[in-house]
Design a protein around this ligand. Structure first.
Ligand code: OAD
Length: 257
């Protein structure tokens, strides 16, 4: 796999860093075969616009359709495995004193890979919550009804994900902002940096003086501002970065070749 060498200066910064924050988006799961949000529409679902399914209005209009769309996405994620990019971040968590992993992904692959501390800003595909009480529901009695109903109050259950127009979970967002504001190194990985407030986090880190690194094969609105751009797939770049920072090959020579 070819990508630019990892700058020696970045290797030194990461090796010395005590506080590191990472923001991931759909790109980190691309190499696991999980389609990004906007690519997810194939087969039966090709005629639906995801932005029209992932909204409170869509659920009110047709809860069965929306629930089934999420069930289909769950199935695709169940068939996927974490990739070397996810695993490299597990390794980074082990090496850094204060490490915060912030994700916009709802696929749960960071935890499946073995990351312990994960702030899920957009929720999780595999959880449900009560539409009326807005509280998580772990399990519900088997029934033919779709969506199933809350075992406590009988209201409909909905996926525990953040839909367009909804607020992010306040505690997770606060923790993410705090991590961005105090990180010495901030990595923005596989995200188009278009969807706010998550897209604000690398800018918060920049304003606070952090070294900000972007890992993405394509430029994004963040690219002109970062300290280092690593252009290529996360599944190749992140393992090379971890290897060079912590397993001794000190220079940039040979990176990724
Ligand atoms: P996007 O689908 O907008 O962007 C994915 C990014 O990953 C792009 O910039 C790609 O260039 C990059 N990419 C693709 N393959 C990659 C690879 N192998 N390694 C690294 N990067 C790669 O996904 P997000 O930025 O995550 O929100 O989208 C943010 C939010 O928009 C999602 O969480 C979702 C969506 O609307 C909600 O559902 C609330």
């Amino acid at each position: 796999m070819n990508f630019s060498p990892i700058p020696t200066e970045l290797i030194a910064h990461l090796r010395a860093a005590r506080r590191v924050a990472v923001l991931t988006g759909a790109g980190i799961s691309a190499e696991s075969g999980v389609p990004t949000f906007r690519e997810a529409q194939t087969g039966l679902w090709a005629r639906y616009d995801p932005e029209e399914l992932a909204t409170p209005d869509a659920f009110r209009r047709n809860p069965k359709l929306v629930w089934e769309w999420y069930a289909w996405r769950q199935e695709r994620v169940r068939q996927a495995e974490p990739n070397p990019g996810h695993l490299a971040l597990v390794e980074m968590e082990r090496r850094i004193a204060e490490f915060t992993l912030i994700t916009q992904n709802v696929d749960g692959l960071h935890r499946r890979a073995g990351s312990h501390q994960v702030l899920e800003l957009h929720g999780n595909l595999f959880r449900a919550k009560c539409l009326d009480e807005d509280r998580p529901v772990e399990s519900w009695p088997d029934s033919a009804e779709i969506p199933p109903r809350c075992p406590r109050c009988g209201a409909l259950l909905r996926p525990d994900v953040v839909w367009f127009g909804e607020m992010l979970p306040a505690g997770a967002l606060r923790a993410a902002e705090q991590a961005a504001a105090t990180a010495e190194v901030f990595l923005s990985i596989g995200t188009s940096t278009l969807v706010y407030p998550a897209a604000e986090l690398p800018f918060t880190a920049l304003r606070a003086g952090a070294t900000v690194v972007e890992v993405n094969p394509q430029p994004t609105p963040l690219s002109p501002h970062v300290t280092f751009s690593l252009n290529g797939p996360a599944g190749a770049i992140l393992p090379a970065l971890v290897e060079q920072v912590w397993n001794g090959s000190a220079g940039a020579e040979g990176a990724g070749r």
